[in-house]
Design a protein. Structure first.
Length: 93
């Protein structure tokens, strides 16, 4: 039973780490493309009222954990990467 909790804790840690990296990637590309929060909201118009998008002007380290769903981050990331390639923005590292 103890092994289950180690695996569960490792899974949660990995999930939140991945979500935080995705959040940082969205903020990076949004800043490079000079997009603000309203521009990002326009990219994902069909989201729940409680689902927020990152604010590139004021990124919050704890925001991706609670307020920004992974699905929103994935959608924003895909769209911003396309725009960044079109404008020759350096890839996120």
């Amino acid at each position: 039973m103890v092994h289950f909790w180690y695996i569960a804790a490792a899974g949660l840690a990995y999930y939140f780490y991945f979500k935080n990296i995705s959040y940082q990637e969205v903020v990076y590309y949004a800043r490079q493309l000079n997009l603000d929060r309203s521009d990002l909201e326009a990219i994902v118009p069909n989201r729940k009222n409680t689902a927020e998008v990152p604010d590139p002007a004021h990124p919050n380290m704890f925001s991706p954990i609670v307020q920004v769903p992974l699905g929103i981050l994935n959608h924003l990331s895909d769209e911003l990467i396309k725009q960044a390639k079109e404008q020759s923005v350096a890839p996120f590292k």
